[in-house]
Design a protein around this ligand. Structure first.
Ligand code: PA5
Length: 460
């Protein structure tokens, strides 16, 4: 497994002192990075956070594989119902390992497809129900809380749509001892897998939430875990030269907080990594966007993550990145050896604008586009750095996702915020429950009505 991090274009020597980091600035903060590592390690050892343990949970992986082997061949579609961290990991894995949507391989009982219902949008739900055959669909419903309104609403529709043997076609992933999804799964006898207590949605890609859909659609989850385990060993090394996650955490933290780069563009030059970019967007935003430090000081920390796709977004976003506010760090994700280079035919047409490409490859063109964009940004003093995965297979993907999770946890420590809670999403959820008539949320309904009245008065 080989992943590299090229940080040179973050340096002052490349982009100037105002926007780039001097070697001394990086050196001075190495102690803080090592403290972040030690602090996080202590929290993990005390059992507060569990994602670093996931790649080593052989029994859980075997249980998932056993179930997948038992049901294999009886469905052509896995319909995932969930939202946010509960399904973004599964999407990242599917997009990377089965090809980008909407041009995935043909599906059938041997190679089931994944259909993800991650919104309460009736257009998505209805179109999906029309496109799937209830007799050939296995439904996986995922909710750690067991009560997320969007998930429950869609699941009730999907459950009704299944044939009368519904309970044989539903699997649940939820908490072992809380929530109504667990209660329903027990009552109706769904096979059920559990979230570890100390693993939240956005850190759950290597729990059953990510591994079960992956195994059901034919991914080698042992190899995913092997790659992630290798990265975990590296991520505990108190040595910045070896520890990629800690080094990238420190550099992203410094460029953000010292050079005021309040936006991070996650910029894969790979359609297969597009799902992972959306997974990362949630990981970074929800983990690091925080009102207070662990000590209770108000900070309103956060670096806005943006997903951009190379080379497509060179024709959409790069004008802004080059000439707009210099408030971003651009983090490219590239693959050194794509599975198929995509040969361009040798045929020459006698046209100068076409013929120079004859006999080359799309992979070479995409690589040239990325290096050219990095050089252009650098010459405009715009910080950028690059993660390169040697190949895009299970092992490299598992390692890369684990790297990004550790990086996020380490930045959380450097900022001294709790990267594992999400208080900020609660109020909106409570208003929704109030509006939809859930018992116990009457006060939020009333508060919402006062807000509406204020809006009406302001409108005049
Ligand atoms: O990362 C998180 O914790 C969140 O994004 C959750 O995954 C999301 O809110 C869905 O929660 P649940 O799994 O309880 O439906």
């Amino acid at each position: 497994m080989k992943i590299q991090f090229d940080e040179i274009n973050l340096r002052a020597a490349m982009i100037g002192d105002v926007h780039g980091l001097k070697s001394s600035e990086i050196k001075n903060e190495q102690g803080a990075a090592l403290n972040a590592l030690a602090g996080f390690r202590k929290l993990v050892e005390e059992g507060h956070y569990g994602f670093p343990h996931l790649p080593f949970q052989t029994a859980a992986v075997e249980e998932i594989e056993k179930y997948a082997a038992k049901v294999r061949g009886s469905f052509d579609t896995v319909c995932l119902v969930g939202i946010g961290g509960s399904v973004l990991g599964a999407w990242a894995l599917d997009c990377a390992l089965h090809g980008p949507h909407p041009v995935q391989r043909a599906f059938g009982p041997k190679h089931p497809r994944l259909v993800i219902l991650d919104n309460a949008d009736p257009a998505l739900a209805m179109a999906a129900l029309e496109s799937m055959n209830p007799k050939k669909t296995l439904v996986v419903v995922i909710a750690k809380s067991g009560a997320t309104a969007e998930t429950v609403g869609v699941f009730l529709m999907v459950r009704e749509w299944l044939d009368r043997k519904a309970s044989r076609r539903i699997v649940a992933v939820t908490s072992e001892d809380v929530g109504d999804l667990k209660a329903l799964a027990t009552r109706e006898g769904y096979p059920t897998f559990h979230f570890p207590k100390n693993v939240g949605g956005r850190f759950s890609v290597l729990s059953a939430a990510g591994l079960l859909p992956a195994a059901l659609t034919g991914v080698n989850i042992q190899k995913l875990c092997k790659g992630a385990a290798g990265m975990t060993h590296l991520a505990w090394q108190p040595d910045l030269a070896q520890n990629l996650a800690l080094r990238s955490a420190l550099l992203h933290y410094l460029i953000w907080t010292r050079k005021n780069k309040t936006i991070q563009v996650a910029f894969p030059y790979s359609n297969r990594l597009w799902g992972a970019a959306f997974w990362f967007r949630q990981l970074w935003a929800e983990s690091l966007g925080k009102a207070k430090t662990r000590k209770g000081e108000t900070v309103h920390a956060g670096q806005t993550p943006v997903a951009a796709l190379g080379a497509t977004d060179q024709h959409s976003q790069v004008q802004l990145y080059m000439e707009g506010p210099n408030d971003k760090v651009h983090t490219f994700w590239t693959i050194a050896r794509p599975a198929d280079p995509g040969r361009i035919p040798r045929t020459k047409l006698g046209l100068e604008g076409f013929d120079y490409l004859a006999g080359q490859s799309l992979a070479k063109l995409l690589d040239a586009e990325q290096r050219a964009t990095a050089a252009a940004l650098t010459s405009y003093h715009r910080p950028n750095c690059t993660f390169t995965l040697d190949r895009l297979d299970e092992e490299h993907l598992g390692a890369f996702l684990q790297l990004l999770e550790f990086q996020t946890a380490f930045v959380g420590e450097l900022l001294n915020v709790n990267a594992f809670d999400q208080e900020g999403v609660e109020l909106g959820k409570k208003f929704t429950f109030g509006l939809m008539g859930r018992k116990g949320f009457e006060a939020y309904r009333e508060e919402f009505q006062r807000y509406e009245a204020k809006r009406a008065a302001t409108r005049g």
